[in-house]
Design a protein around this ligand. Sequence first.
Ligand code: SF4
Ligand code: SF4
Length: 443
Amino acid sequence: MASSRGDNRNRPRGKCGAAANGRRKKSCGINPPEPCDRPAHACSKPARLSDPALPGAAAEALEYFGKMIDNCLSRAEAAKKQGKPVVGIMCEYTPRELILAAGGLPVCLCGGSNETIRSAEEILPANLCPLIKSTFGYHVQRSNPFLEMADLLVAETTCDGKKKMYELMAKDRPMHVLELPQKQDSPEARQLWRAEVRKLKEHIEGRFRVRITDQRIREAADVMNRERSLRRSLAGLMKADNPPITGRQLLQFKSSISGFGEDMEWYSRALDSLRSASAASPGRKKVRVLLTGVPVVHGAERVIDIIENSGGLIVCMENCTGIKPISEDMILDDAADPLDAMADYYFRLPCSVQTVNNRRLELLRRLAGEYRPQCVIELIWQACLTYDVEAATVKRFVTQELRLPYLRIGTDYSPGDSARITVRVEAIFESATAGGKAAAPIS
Ligand code: SF4
Ligand code: SF4
């Protein structure tokens, strides 16, 4: 992979065809929905995100977050002009606060598009997680403007596929790799992780010639806590008997770049208007679903659409694009060393790359109590071994302890199996409403 920096013919381009650092003529297509690829099956249709029944401010907020990629691109371009660093991240273990404290923009680069996978497969094995392939495909195509303008990538040793993909990416791009220990309850592992977070801080300070003080870390934590709290409150609306929005709409309330005041204003306005709408909302006779498993990144929402077009309502997403990384605030007030406290906060994240990952079951137990799902659906991206193997533990926990029907859906970003998934989703909904047994897993 030859670097093309400085060569105008190869300047990074978004799907809109505009150079990443040039003017954009129309909406940029990072992780776009792919209507042309979709089969005719009605249940796989992309969900309609607007809803005439929604109160005005909530509808406006949905529309605002519908332009999230363009909004983020404008911000990143403005930040670059001001000399602020853009830092790409690809995992929820990466402390965004350190990037914010350095005056930078933390941008999520996880790929959710099926369109970039073919390019990735020219180098990577086909039997690999689509999230990894999609992210890498953007790298090969140089088609993600955020990736092209990133001054640094912060990678991490989580799953094997990502870890080895990062090695290939690092040949062309500046990258710092966080070594993530994988025994959360080990004191030695915690010390190693604290040292890794400290090394990241030093790397950012050196690269961008800034000093990250304790005060700036605390301020960044306050910003992120506000964002986490607002998004958690929005998610909490789904606890109602008649939630005012769908799970797909809830997923829309997010941003690829964290910490922007304008986003928070819109979260807040949506929350205020939906709180008042919640009580008056007409009852939706849908099957309440708790979704667990892999992250559902922007552009990869097909299974969510299938579930909600088949009579379900996803009242809770336990995964990394749902409640998992925002379930608690980072409390640094009494911390002797805020950097260590920040590291400890992130190290508690219950990802399947950890062994053993009992915190995930604790989180599922709590969420099941709060959101009262009628069934649990686990989404596993193809070749995601850690989540897939852990699915056996989750299934046992869900069926034996929570006493709920459980369905495992193994798939990738291509739409070919949508009809098959729909049939299985409809079957588990029948089980859930009849109080019967779990549907058999599919793969
Ligand atoms: S699922 Fe695990 S590896 Fe993936 S983003 Fe979340 S914490 Fe990172
Ligand atoms: S979904 Fe699984 S395989 Fe894919 S990047 Fe995340 S942890 Fe790795």
